[in-house]
Design a protein around this ligand. Structure first.
Ligand SMILES: [Mg+2]
Length: 405
């Protein structure tokens, strides 16, 4: 018997916007763009959903349904930061975590039996900790497999905890609407409703060959899913596919020095994330978006994976200048990405060459934890600091240090 926990942040992007601007609390809020813009809503607050607005809906349609809503463009880098914090907390509770999207995950606690006297207590504690440490509301569902855990979360939303206890699966499933199953798409729903089947319990009357006759191979899936049978393991590579940092400028930029300063800052934030998770990157990629939204990227592969700030900045600068210097057009965004990641724990075979950099990196991290990001800056970042001052704590600023030595 497995103990699977499904966790989902409620109205994620909208909730982050409310954290930043508490005046938005309780108002219909739509993240994704302004009403006259093309594009779709990426998240809507629960207050907006009451007007029939949902994610994926064209902004213009959302505006027609709910003209009083507050529309914001959103900030993907900010959401990414919250998402990373969310997953970091989850990983404290189990090594078996499947990240299914930016705000959603499955945890398998089964292997952690010796650590937890009660799985339920552990799951509830995890929920409370995520909410305390991120300020975001999450819904948690628990069951013996992924399908049941996810259905439990639907029931728990928004903000609740719902556990399907062993032996009560059938009772739980009986009244669940057929539209809740991931294997039942809109077309299948129409067919089932024609057969007067609206709830999972009503599906149980149809024998497997009948379902197969109507839906082909998908019929088997419907047969199993409707009974809550799901033996899929969690997909847990454990490592993120990539780590990236990008900045959209308030005004388009073409000042070479300022662009490189931004790039240095992004590399600094990127390597901070790599160090924290002991990750080294085989591929470094740089992205530039021009004022007309045309986007270009350049990447380079390394057989020896990289983590150090000075290395990664040097590579990023070369790639960036290679793609931008020919045109020198104004840019609205630059980004840097590390991918093909490998995890190297301290005391491994890379120790000899990575040791010194890791020690410098973690010393920098400790100073920043204490005195703020602005306490240690590279020469290039210092220039950026004059334009957009970095955070400093206690009004105390350490002498600017160089990360290159
Ligand atoms: Mg969500």
């Amino acid at each position: 018997m497995r103990f699977i926990v499904h966790v989902d942040i409620d109205a994620f992007f909208a909730a982050v916007e409310v954290l930043l601007n508490p005046a938005l609390a309780g108002k219909p809020l739509i993240v994704g763009g302004l009403p006259h813009e093309r594009g779709v809503a990426s998240t809507c607050s629960y207050e907006a959903r009451r007007f029939g607005v949902h994610s994926g809906m064209a902004l213009r349609t959302a505006f027609k349904l709910c003209p009083q809503a507050v529309f914001v463009r959103g900030n993907s880098q900010l959401y990414q930061t919250f998402s990373e914090r969310f997953f970091r907390i989850l990983r404290d509770y189990s090594p078996d975590v499947e990240e299914t999207s930016i705000d959603e995950a499955y945890l398998d606690l089964t292997r952690c039996r010796p650590i937890y006297p009660s799985f339920s207590a552990a799951a509830r504690e995890m929920k409370a900790r995520v909410e305390r440490e991120t300020g975001l509301s999450v819904s948690v569902g628990v069951g013996p497999n992924k399908i049941l855990a996810k259905l439990a979360t639907r029931k728990a939303k928004p903000g609740g905890y719902f556990e399907i206890e062993p032996g009560r699966e059938e009772k739980f499933l009986r009244d669940v609407g057929i539209e809740s199953l991931p294997g039942i798409g809109p077309k299948t729903q129409v067919l089932l409703r024609m057969l007067n089947i609206h709830k999972l319990g009503e599906l149980w009357g149809l024998p497997r060959p009948t379902l197969r006759g109507i839906f082909g191979l998908g019929g088997d899936d419907i047969y199993l899913q409707s009974r809550g049978i799901d033996s899929r393991p969690l997909t847990t590579s454990g490592l993120p596919k990539s780590v990236s940092r990008e900045t959209t400028f308030l005004q388009d930029l073409w000042d070479r020095r300022l662009l490189l300063a931004h790039l240095a800052y992004l590399c600094d934030r990127l390597t901070l994330a790599l160090r924290r998770d002991h990750l080294y990157a085989h591929v470094i990629e740089v992205k530039a978006r021009y004022a007309d939204f045309k986007t270009e990227g350049r990447r380079r592969l390394f057989l020896t994976p990289r983590q150090e700030m000075a290395d990664i900045y040097k590579i990023a600068e070369e790639l960036f200048l290679g793609l931008w210097e020919g045109s020198r057009l104004a840019l609205r965004l630059v980004g840097v990405k590390a991918s093909d990641l490998v995890q190297v724990r301290p005391l491994s075979l890379f120790e000899s060459w990575s040791d010194r950099h890791e020690r410098l990196g973690s010393a920098v991290d400790r100073v920043r934890d204490k005195y703020g990001f602005g306490a240690v800056l590279t020469g290039r970042e210092k220039m950026l600091d004059e334009v957009y001052p970095f955070e400093r704590k206690r009004g105390f600023v350490l002498k600017t240090a160089s990360l290159t030595k």
